[in-house]
Design a protein around this ligand. Structure first.
Ligand code: AMP
Ligand code: MG
Length: 488
């Protein structure tokens, strides 16, 4: 959707800074297709014009001209504290194609770069490219990645690395931070424009009933509650769930020091810069709720257009409380599906929680355990579960399996049907850190084959893919704790 707010207080014209001698690293044909035929989906990697466009070296490809590249301003809370003005410090919104915004991340300094160089390194760009596509294939709402281009241009982080640009798309990249920015300036006109734009384009149903802005808040909050439940269900940790990294469309955005759980540790911290564990796996729902509270307080002036100050606060407060109801319902639904339960029974929550506790105590591989659970038969004791021997408390897990098999008796589906459905929600392949790291290390030696192969595998996370069986393995012991930080 066109980000059609204009003015120096909202955005600045920002031509990308050219990236010297760019080359293709990876490319997503399905995203190219979304953008339309002009991109000649399958020819894109051979197209020197598009290489230059996605490297920020030119603004037109054939008929298509990006005449108005901009960067936008937002503010936000980082690690729980007000960080003031931030903004697209290294991301340029090139323009729209087919109602989708196309951004270049790492395309050079912008008006909002502060002390940063406006670049992104190959390492983090590979991670963003692969993870956006992997999340999409897992069925989660996310920004998508079109392509990854690299260059030999040196970029200083902890060590010297090289620059890359990940081109990404979303219907909109508007964040909670955009609202917080104008709220902090008490600029109700801009707040209203932002809200109206979102309603017109993405939330038209909010106009149907009284109180469009309260409705808008509820919808955004509901989408993010469902999103975070989905993260939990695939073991995804975002890593920097600051309010400026929280989408108002309920999309996963701004992939940085994220991580998928290997071993199930409820308090797993994937971001090595997150010393207090604010963004640990089990805190994500609470943090998303906190971010929705930031949004509620930013939207307060909009409600005050129609209600008294006190009434507006009450309305938003009770709307905010719906978050945990929606989250909990979604979480239960998702975890019941992971266990292959179609019907609802009173003991289901306890059954799920007992399993997660046992997995935590024994550090069981989250993805592989749920995947193998689908092999269980209703009428035989589950001996074929791969990781059964890895549980430290055998008696406890034997009891759990007995209760689970017992619970399956009241399900209508037969073993094969249940197996089929479970394998559509319990992936076989996720972007494990050690796999990403191996692909990054090869790419840093100019071999992009592993990035491309991983991309292909992750586009079909629920398929068996026999030739790639080893990509589903838990990390080797020395690859279990690869440090991933905010540096990118
Ligand atoms: P992030 O934690 O990646 O979401 O970034 C937080 C803020 O820092 C955003 O405003 C980014 O645009 C900005 N930022 C991150 N890296 C850079 C960089 N290399 N140059 C300029 N700004 C950056
Ligand atoms: Mg960000």
């Amino acid at each position: 959707m066109p980000f059609n707010l204009r003015g120096d207080d909202v955005c600045r014209p920002t031509p990308p800074t050219p990236l010297p001698n760019p080359y293709w690293v990876a490319f997503s044909p399905s995203v190219a297709k979304l953008l339309g035929v002009e991109l000649r989906a399958n020819n894109l990697p051979k197209d020197p014009e598009w290489l230059d466009v996605l490297a920020g070296n030119q603004l037109n490809a054939g008929e298509l001209i990006f005449s108005n590249p901009i960067s936008t301003v937002y503010s936000g809370h980082q690690f729980g504290s007000w960080a003031g003005q931030l903004g697209d410090g290294r991301t340029i919104l090139l323009g729209d194609i087919n109602n989708l915004e196309l951004q270049l991340k790492g395309a050079g300094r912008t008006h909002y770069s502060r002390m940063g160089d406006g670049r992104a390194v190959l390492r983090s760009s590979i991670r963003e490219f692969l993870c956006s596509e992997a999340m999409h294939a897992l069925g989660l709402p996310t920004s998508r990645a079109l392509a990854l281009v690299g260059s030999k241009q040196a970029v200083r982080r902890e060590t010297m690395e090289t620059a890359a640009i990940c081109s990404r798309i979303a219907p909109s990249f508007i964040r909670v931070g955009h609202f917080e920015h104008f709220a902090s300036l008490q600029n109700v006109v801009r707040l209203k424009e932002l809200a109206d734009l979102l309603i017109a384009e993405f939330y038209p149903e909010c106009l149907a009933n009284k109180g469009p802005y309260l409705n808008l808040f509820k919808e955004i909050s509901a989408r993010n509650a469902k999103l975070v439940a989905q993260w939990q269900s695939v073991g995804f940790c975002h890593g920097v769930l600051n309010s400026d990294n929280t989408s108002v469309l309920g999309l996963t955005i701004d992939y940085g020091p994220f991580g998928f759980l290997d071993q199930f540790q409820i308090d797993h911290i994937c971001n090595h810069s997150d010393h207090g564990g604010r963004y640990a796996y089990h805190r994500q729902p609470q943090i998303m709720y906190w971010n929705m509270a930031c949004l509620a307080s930013a939207m307060l002036p909009l409600l005050e257009l129609e209600h008294s100050a006190e009434e507006s606060q009450d309305l938003l407060r009770s709307a905010l409380e719906e978050f945990s109801v929606i989250y909990t319902k979604e979480w239960h639904q998702l975890f019941r599906s992971k266990l292959g339960l179609q019907s609802k029974e009173d003991g289901d929550t306890a059954l799920i929680e007992r399993l997660l506790q046992a997995m935590h105590d024994s550090k069981i591989d989250f993805t592989n355990f749920f995947r193998s659970l689908s092999n269980i038969k209703k009428d035989s004791m589950p001996i074929e579960i791969l990781q059964k021997d890895e549980f430290v408390d055998r008696e406890n897990i034997d009891q759990w399996f007995a209760d689970y098999v017992n619970r399956l008796q009241s399900e209508l589906l037969n073993d094969a049907e249940r197996n089929g459905l479970m394998n559509q929600v319990n992936p076989k392949y996720i972007l494990r850190n050690y796999l990403a790291q191996a692909a990054i290390e090869k790419a840093q030696q100019d071999d992009f084959s592993e990035v491309q192969k991983l991309h292909q595998i992750l586009m079909h996370p629920f398929d068996e893919q026999e030739t790639f069986e080893h990509y589903s393995k838990s990390p080797p012991v020395d690859m279990q704790a690869i440090p991933v930080s905010c540096s990118s």
